[in-house]
Write a protein that binds this ligand. Structure first.
Ligand code: DGJ
Length: 714
């Protein structure tokens, strides 16, 4: 072994162990799972298998970056080229730095003058391991092309199923669970954003893993550009998973001395089923991401109350103007709304989606006095003011494009492909990012804005930048740099990440964002599923959830205000409908729901999320306080039930030995039978063991309705 490098490393935190094997002179994960108390070298060596028929005498290790030439015959994790030399790397471990919860392995390929650094870092508490690999071009004279740079993790034999979050525009993050194939599972996203159809994550499960029991592993890639996740079964039967940025040939070239660090891949382990995974993600995100952005905004995460907001999009679309916006602000204030977000349509000539992106000056026909008085009016009424912007885009019909037709991404001499009548600005051009920063900076300086909805409404189909290179890698980094600059200069601004709904929901952009817009659908029924997908990976306070109009503009479904408001209650609540047209009854239900949300958001936005056993006709979930003194539970009936009554609900996360009061707090309007039910329910206290094992009977419910229960410890 090289000097200072051990044969094995065992890293632990409070919940998990990580075993890394360096005997093959390349770091290889041998185990990542529940904490092991007593580990010795003989035990780790026992993981090795003896020679198999028609195989090599000793099985090649699944290293963090396996390549060809040393026995491994799977998909190579690294692919580089220099001049005509297309061969792969032959890396040898040189050093390892160990600190409390971190390992840093440096290896060198002398022949090709390349250095790699693998960094493995365990979270302080959660069962989360963060991995990156850095490639450095050591050659003083020639550039190095990088075609592939993925992290590789062995998949334990018993994890034979996968679950992905997939979908489409208006129906994102749908659960899809399936048996892993005998060959390879390859998920490749080339849309130039994290995408609607392939969220940059994958869940591996055993066939007996359920919501609360069984082993489960998630991977999430903290990256908003192209990405890939592969699960491969080798000829010898072992499985491995690879994840990282999806690079195209020629996209990444390292100058002499330059390096590339892959996006962070975060691996989360749970022994307590998929709920265990979600809870750990939520904890990690709260600790590492949102508290960091909150402190940049100079308030503590506990104080970071998320204001209920009104968004103008489905209320007015492009027809916003001073008169209707003032009316909406008045009515929003009366409803108890705390932030007003002026969506698309506010800037020069933007009367439809065919024009004006890039010309970020207020439309004086719509807002003759500008936006300053609008924001000031919001503030007078006790509301914050937020603004929509789509910085990365330009409309061909815009002054910006007419002045700088060469500022867009293109593809050789082919005609430009428009999507939603827009083109993508080339962020590799410094003048472009300078222009965008100046525009954003002027808006944020001139107007009392406290919130930006940062949208991105098309895939990148033509990805050639000004230098003639494939753009997505650099485009993503330039976006991050722009967002970071905005944050740095305007730390009080909260940013919502939106990309035609949920096209950019990932841990990469979360370094700069405070909220996600999960989907353009405000259909309460579909939202239950979108939100379940979202909450599998991210906490509820990051989940924009709005009360939309009925009928829903996307699906045509009609839902009662009580149902729409109940569904929106569970995230960062908002309203996105023309509240001027509400009936008195709808208005009072909406105001009550907003009040209820405000009364409970301390719990909703800090508590522990638990999904309960779903069925075709029913969905249920809870948010429980860490000290188990309080809990909120939703029961939604999704369709006409086969039996008269919904299934009983068995609660979770409660203290077995405590007694709880159970109150039915939503809806306000109950049928006579439901009112009797509520009175009986509330006439006694229930033990935590009763509530979790026996559960409670539910009243007859209408399909597409929701009950909300509030449990408090006596
Ligand atoms: C797509 C977003 O998802 C919508 O919420 C809205 O902001 C529109 N863009 C505006 O063009």
């Amino acid at each position: 072994m090289p000097k200072g490098v051990e044969r094995f490393y065992h890293l632990t935190n409070k919940t998990v162990s990580l075993l890394v094997d360096c005997r093959g002179l390349q770091p290889a994960i041998r185990y990542f799972g529940p904490l092991l108390s007593d580990v010795n070298e003989r035990m780790i060596e026992q993981i090795d298998r003896h020679e198999a028929p028609a195989s090599l005498p000793s099985e090649p290790a699944i290293t963090l970056s396996p390549t060809h030439g040393m026995g491994y015959l799977g998909h190579p994790a690294l692919a580089v080229k220099r001049d005509l030399d297309q061969w792969q790397l032959d890396l040898e471990l040189v050093t390892c730095e160990v600190s409390k919860r971190e390992l840093r392995f440096v290896s060198v390929c002398q022949k090709r003058s390349v250095e790699t650094t693998h960094r493995l870092q365990l979270a302080e508490e959660a069962g989360v391991l963060t991995l990156t690999v850095t490639l450095k071009n050591l050659d003083p004279a020639t550039p190095l092309g990088v075609d592939n740079c993925l992290i590789t993790i062995p998949v334990p034999d018993h994890l034979t199923e996968a679950q992905e979050f997939t979908g489409r525009w208006g129906y994102e993050l749908q659960h899809n669970r399936f048996q892993l194939p005998n060959s390879s599972l390859v998920r490749e996203n080339r849309t130039g954003r994290s995408s609607h159809h392939l969220h940059p994550s994958l869940r591996l499960l055993s066939n007996s893993t359920g919501l609360d029991t069984g082993d489960a592993v998630d991977i999430q890639i903290a990256w908003s550009g192209n990405h890939t996740i592969r699960v491969e079964r080798l000829a010898d039967g072992r499985r491995l998973m690879q994840a990282g940025e999806l690079l195209d040939a020629g996209e990444l070239v390292l100058a002499p001395g330059a390096s590339y660090t892959s996006p962070e891949c975060l691996l989360c382990f749970s022994k307590e089923g998929t709920n265990g995974l979600s809870q750990q993600w939520h904890r990690l995100v709260r600790r590492n991401y949102t508290s960091a952005t909150a402190s940049a905004q100079q308030f503590s995460p506990q104080q970071a109350i998320r204001p209920v907001q009104l968004n103008t999009w489905e209320a007015c679309y492009f027809s916003v103007n001073e008169a209707n916006v003032i009316e909406l602000i008045d009515q929003a204030a009366n409803l108890g709304i705390e932030r007003f977000v002026l969506d698309d349509g506010w800037f020069h000539g933007r009367n439809n989606d065919q024009t004006s992106l890039g010309d970020w000056k207020v439309d004086r026909l719509k807002f003759p006095r500008g936006l300053g008085p609008i924001a000031a009016y919001c503030n007078e009424k006790g509301l914050e003011f937020g603004l929509w912007i789509e910085p990365e885009m330009v409309s061909p019909d815009s002054n910006l494009y007419r002045a700088h037709p060469d500022w867009v991404l293109s593809f050789s001499d082919s005609s430009l492909i428009e999507a939603r009548h827009q083109l993508v600005l080339d962020l590799s051009i410094e003048d472009v990012t300078e222009y965008l920063f100046a525009v954003i900076s002027d808006l944020l300086t001139d107007i009392p804005i406290s919130y930006l909805k940062w949208d991105m409404n098309r895939d990148i189909h033509q990805m050639e930048n000004a230098a003639g290179q494939r753009a997505v890698h650099q485009q993503t980094l330039a976006l991050y740099a722009l967002m970071a600059r905005v944050r740095e200069n305007f730390p009080h601004i909260a940013i919502e990440s939106c990309a035609s709904g949920g096209g950019r929901i990932d841990l990469g952009v979360l370094q700069f964002a405070n909220r996600f817009w999960p989907s353009d659908t405000n259909d309460a029924l579909d939202r239950i599923k979108v939100q379940a997908g979202f909450l599998s990976l991210l906490p509820p306070e990051l989940m924009g959830s709005h009360v939309g109009p009925s009928p829903c503009h996307l699906t045509g479904r009609q839902h009662s205000m009580a149902f729409r408001a109940a569904v929106a209650f569970w995230g960062h609540m908002g309203v996105e409908a023309d509240i001027r047209g509400l009936t008195e009854n709808e208005r009072s239900i909406l105001a009550a729901a907003i009040n209820l949300h405000k009364a409970h958001r301390h719990l909703l936005h800090q508590g522990r999320y638990i999904e309960h056993e779903p069925s075709e006709q029913q969905a249920a979930w809870s948010i429980v306080s860490d000290d188990q003194t309080e809990s909120l539970t939703a029961v939604a009936l999704l369709q006409t039930p086969r039996a008269a009554f919904p299934n009983r609900i068995r609660f979770g996360g409660l203290n077995t030995f405590s007694k709880y009061r159970v109150q039915l707090i939503w809806p306000q309007e109950l049928t006579d039978k439901q009112a009797d039910y509520r009175d009986t329910l509330e006439s006694t206290m229930y033990g935590g063991d009763w509530l979790q094992n026996v559960g409670i009977t539910l009243p007859i419910m209408h399909p597409e309705s929701m009950l909300i229960f509030h449990l408090t410890k006596s």
